[in-house]
Design a binder for this molecule. Structure first.
Ligand SMILES: CC(C)(COP(=O)(O)OP(=O)(O)OC[C@H]1O[C@@H](n2cnc3c(N)ncnc32)[C@H](O)[C@@H]1OP(=O)(O)O)[C@@H](O)C(=O)NCCC(=O)NCCS
Length: 180
C-alpha cells in the first residue's frame, strides 16, 4: 500500500512486513499487552507474529487498517493506530498502541486524529467511528477524550465475556472540530 499520512511529528504508513519485529517487541512488553491480549499478558512470539499478520491481511481484505507510526526526526517505529473492522466487530473502530519508551509524548492522539480524518474521507457514508476501551484503561480513555470521542452508554462484550465501553465520535461533529 502506498498511502502515507503526515502529522507534525509523525509519518504514518500501512503496517507492513518490515515493522513485524518492532510490533512484536512492543507486544512483548507487559505494559502494552495489558489491554491488548485476551489474558492481559504478553504472548509468545509466534502468537504475536500471527496477530501482526492479521493486521497486514486486514488491509488486503478491507482496503484500510492499522498504520505504523514513525518519528519524523529519527525514523523510528513508535506504534500503530488506525481503522479496524475484522469480521464480527461491532462497528468500524479506531485503535492505538504506542511502544512504552514513547509514551508521554502525545503521539497516540496526534496519529489517531490523522487516521480518523482519513477514514471519514475514504468512507463518506460512515456515520461514526468507535473505540472499544476497557474501563480500567485510563491511558486509553485519556486518548479517546483528546481525539474528540465521548463514552456512550453502550457496552461490547468482547468474545462474549470481557465488557468494553464503546467510545464514539460522530462524523459531522468530529469533522467540524478536526476536519482539514
Ligand atoms: C494508550 C496509549 C497509546 C496512551 O499513550 P500515552 O503516551 O500515555 O498518551 P498520549 O500519546 O496522549 O501522551 C500523553 C502525554 O504526552 C504528553 N506530551 C508530551 N509532549 C506532547 C506533545 N507535543 N503533544 C501532546 N502531548 C504531549 C502530554 O502531556 C500527555 O500527558 P497528559 O495526558 O497528562 O496531558 C498507551 O498507554 C499504550 O500504548 N497503551 C497500551 C496499548 C493500549 O492500551 N491501547 C489501547 C487499547 S483500547
Amino acid at each position: 500500500m502506498s498511502i502515507t499520512l503526515e502529522t507534525d511529528r509523525l509519518i504514518l504508513k500501512p503496517v507492513g512486513p518490515a515493522d513485524l519485529d518492532a510490533h512484536c517487541n512492543m507486544m512483548a512488553d507487559p505494559a502494552s499487552a495489558e489491554f491488548l491480549t485476551r489474558d492481559g499478558k504478553p504472548q509468545p512470539y509466534h502468537a504475536d507474529w500471527r496477530s501482526y499478520a492479521s493486521l497486514i491481511g486486514h488491509w488486503e481484505i478491507r482496503g484500510f487498517g492499522f498504520f505504523s507510526m514513525f518519528e519524523k526526526n529519527t525514523g523510528e517505529w513508535v506504534g500503530r493506530t488506525g481503522p479496524w473492522m475484522p469480521a464480527g466487530w461491532p462497528e468500524l473502530e479506531c485503535g492505538w498502541a504506542v511502544a512504552k519508551p514513547h509514551w508521554g509524548k502525545g503521539y497516540a492522539p496526534e496519529a489517531a486524529i490523522a487516521t480518523i480524518r482519513w477514514t471519514f474521507e475514504q468512507q463518506p457514508a460512515l456515520p461514526r467511528i468507535i473505540s472499544l476501551i476497557d474501563p480500567k484503561n485510563q491511558n486509553s480513555q485519556a486518548v479517546a477524550q483528546k481525539i474528540g470521542e465521548t463514552r456512550t452508554d453502550e457496552i461490547y462484550m468482547y468474545e462474549g465475556t470481557l465488557p468494553l465501553n464503546i467510545w464514539a465520535c460522530l462524523r459531522e461533529e468530529w469533522l467540524a472540530r478536526f476536519g482539514a
